[in-house]
Ligand binder design. Structure first.
Ligand SMILES: Cc1ncc(COP(=O)(O)O)c(C=O)c1O
Length: 379
């Protein structure tokens, strides 16, 4: 018997793609994070950060959790808040799907939709500033601060990365995942570069995001991208970066449902396309782990809605050969991502990052969390 729903977080399965992934090439394995109780990989970091906050006395019974999230991290916190009895306030933006809004409210969270765009056409900075302001105003509140807290990547260093190396000890050629706060890519790459340095680490971003440099512009893939390089991501650990277009990401996710029976969200569609591209260059038996950060149900009204796809000017389907050709045509955005790092230590002041985050980061860094970005923030 399981004492709490929260004990079911993690230990997600690895799934093969028998129809799309050919036996003559490298093997793609999906790490299927939809199986977490809150439906996404964000359960891991949310649970770890809340538990650490409780242990450090930053979050006490009767307290309020305040966070900026486009959906998944907020849903995880809302679920955890419901299970543990905390008030939860989540600041989302107009890109958040109606399904995610319903889930947040279903778990009892209070939702604030931030409609003011920041200077890169996204909502990250406006959402974060408002969350920090509310945290200063509301007594006994705690800001998990997924964008600036190094606990985010530490959660993945301690759980996701270990699961990957335990489940796939040999012939792991590459690891692929999407980036926003850099929690998953940052934590897992740090672990792999220490314990399995031969694994190629591949980051996936949206065309329009500036994490790996380039021009910031609007894009439609939810949960991915940022206007700067996040503190949780040490770019020295990243071997290759790809940028995927909205249409490629959405079409790949649709193809995975249609041809493999696997529901994934658009960010995972982007990662899967990159993983299929890498597989075409690898020998049979060599493996690529591709993170599937969430499932497809959350995007029924966008990703799986033909009308919505057509309104965006996207095609609505691609057959297996078309998908393989689309993968083959992808070109890496960068083979030296560290050269285009765009850390923004000035944002600490501009966005008024909470003291609790700064203290925690300083402590983690003194214990040896050696994120290069992290060290920038305690100069
Ligand atoms: C669906 C989805 N994919 C990928 C990511 C990126 O993960 P991270 O923030 O750990 O970089 C997120 C983050 O919100 C997400 O919700």
């Amino acid at each position: 018997m399981i004492a709490s729903i929260l004990e079911t977080i993690g230990h997600t399965p690895l799934i093969t793609l028998p129809n799309i992934n050919k036996p003559s090439e490298g093997q793609v394995l999906f790490k299927y994070e939809r199986n977490n109780p809150g439906g996404s990989i964000k359960d891991r970091a949310a649970y770890y950060i809340v538990t650490e906050a409780e242990r450090r006395g930053l979050l006490k019974p009767g307290g309020t959790i305040i966070e900026s999230s486009s959906g998944n991290f907020g849903i995880s916190l809302a679920m955890i808040g419901a299970a543990k009895g905390y008030r939860v306030i989540i600041l989302v933006d107009p890109k958040t799907t109606t399904a995610n809004l319903a889930l947040l409210r279903g778990f009892g969270a209070e939702v604030i939709v931030v409609t003011e765009q920041d200077d890169s056409g996204s909502y990250h900075k406006t959402r974060i500033s408002l969350a920090n302001k509310l945290a200063r105003e509301i007594e006994h509140s705690f800001r998990p601060d997924q964008c600036f807290s190094l606990l985010n990547s530490e959660a993945h260093y301690k759980s996701t990365a270990r699961e990957i190396t335990e489940a796939c000890p040999a012939r792991l050629a590459a690891f692929v995942t999407a980036v926003s706060t850099g929690g998953q890519l940052g934590g897992i790459s740090r672990y792999l570069k220490t314990f399995a340095p031969e694994v190629q680490i591949v980051g996936v971003d949206a065309v329009g995001s500036a994490i790996f440099g380039g021009h910031a512009d609007a894009y439609r893939i939810p949960g991915i991208g940022l206007g700067w390089t996040p503190v949780n991501l040490d770019m020295n650990h990243i071997d290759q970066a790809y940028k995927v277009t909205d249409e490629e990401a959405f079409l790949t996710a649709r193809a995975l449902a249609r041809h493999e029976g696997i529901l994934v969200g658009p960010s995972s569609g982007a990662c899967a396309l990159v993983a299929l591209r890498l597989a075409q260059e690898l020998a049979p038996g060599e493996r690529i782990i591709c993170m599937i950060s969430d499932g497809g149900e959350r995007y029924i009204q966008t990703l799986f809605n033909d009308e919505w796809m057509e309104q965006q000017g996207f095609a609505t389907s691609v057959d297996m050969e078309g998908l393989r050709t689309m993968a083959q045509r992808l070109q890496p955005w960068s083979l030296h991502p560290a050269g285009s790092a765009n850390y923004r230590s000035d944002l600490l002041q501009t966005l008024e990052v909470p003291e609790s985050t700064l203290h925690m980061n300083a402590e983690l860094l003194s214990r040896g969390v050696d994120s290069q970005g992290g060290s920038l923030f305690i100069d």
